[in-house]
Design a protein around this ligand. Structure first.
Ligand code: BGC
Length: 358
């Protein structure tokens, strides 16, 4: 019996994931939206739709959905904070929506006080992407026109989601520009590993010695500050809520965590840098990335007004986001790793989420 079970699970590990495509509704301007379900033989499933190349659900082996979102397309079309979506052309803020490239000034669409946030008024999260299913993956493509939201050059973007036998959702980003431009691509999933109202008891480790302090508008000052002795030190596993209300000026600015950590190790190589664990459920989320930073955001602006999946109200700190990416406002910070995408030189980036249970 045991031998048969071992044999079957070995077979399951060797088999690729399956992919299914279904309609998921239409946008107000009549564009058809499809949803793809990837499932691996072990039982992990990811549902990803063409609107925003959005991760609609990520169900663990015990059928628990670890991401926030909505039951239907309608929920995603309302004003909501990028749940599960790909954000771009530039994830996070560019101060005053302005920057210079090759000596030329550019003005972007401004949508967050005086600043540009997550690609502007209609970023990549609000576009219908094309999709192509592979054996164990779906490749989503979007062609962002030159001048869209103020950005120079056309940018052809491909985001490929692969479900692996190791219970990972692997996200590979590629983008090619027709002219020099700037780009910063990430996924804005909101995770809650237990189904409790907030993630304050989740225990987190971030492998980062430094973070980028911000001003009152959440724009980095340019400093790379040591985390030692601050509420930003997650090098040893610590509950998210342990210091979130500390009388720390930085915490006050974000109303909690809403900052970029400078990840240790060489950017460009895939390294395991984040581990989040729910003591209540035993579920573990491990994140590896090639990116130099992560915006760790604790859902401080959720206020209970949004009703999500299964009629659940999304209250303040209901979930956390790990937006693996380059640092905010890099186009205006010469000391930050560059976000310039040169004409014809592809941007490549990989992030892997693994969900397991202890
Ligand atoms: C930003 C937050 C913002 C959230 C939702 C995060 O990446 O840093 O300030 O509220 O996204 O838009």
């Amino acid at each position: 019996m045991l031998r048969i079970a071992l044999f079957l699970s070995a077979c399951a590990l060797a088999l690729p994931a399956a992919v299914k495509k279904e309609p998921f509704g239409r946008t107000p301007d009549g564009q058809a939206v499809e949803i793809y379900t990837l499932s691996n033989p072990a039982g992990l499933t990811a549902r990803i739709m063409t609107y925003g190349a959005t991760v609609v659900s990520l169900k663990t082996l015990d059928q628990f959905d670890v991401v926030l979102g909505f039951d239907s397309l309608q929920g995603y079309l309302q004003e909501q904070p990028y749940m599960g979506a790909i954000v771009g052309r530039y994830g996070n803020r560019i101060a005053k929506g302005q920057f210079q490239l090759n000596g030329k000034p550019y003005r972007l669409a401004v949508n967050n006080g005086p600043n540009a946030l997550h690609g502007g008024l209609r970023g990549f999260d609000k576009r219908v992407w094309k999709a192509e299913a592979k054996a164990d993956a779906v490749a989503f493509t979007y062609s962002s026109a030159a001048g869209e939201e103020g950005y120079p050059g056309k940018l052809d973007v491909t985001v490929t989601y692969t479900l692996t036998p190791a219970n990972e959702l692997r996200i590979e980003y590629q983008a090619v520009a027709s002219e020099d431009t700037v780009a910063n691509l990430t996924n804005h999933a909101y995770f809650n590993l237990s189904g409790e109202p907030t993630i304050l008891d989740h225990v987190l480790r971030i492998d980062a010695d430094r973070f980028t302090p911000v001003d009152a508008g959440l724009i980095p000052t340019g400093e790379l500050r040591d985390v030692t002795g601050t509420p930003f030190d997650f090098r040893k596993p610590t509950a998210v809520g342990a210091r979130i209300d500390a009388q720390d000026q930085q915490i006050q600015f974000g109303g909690g965590y809403d900052h970029n950590w400078v990840l240790n190790g060489a950017a460009g190589t895939l390294r395991k840098v984040i581990e989040a664990y729910s003591p209540r459920s035993g579920r573990v989320l491990t994140i590896s990335t090639t990116e130099p930073g992560v915006q760790f955001y604790t859902g401080n602006f959720l206020d209970g007004k949004l009703t999500g999946k299964g009629n659940r109200k999304y209250v303040r700190r209901a979930a956390f986001c790990f937006e693996t990416q380059h640092f905010p406002d890099s186009p205006n910070k010469p000391n930050f790793p560059s976000t310039v995408v040169k004409k014809g030189v592809p941007l490549r980036s990989t992030t892997v989420w693994q969900v397991t249970k202890r």
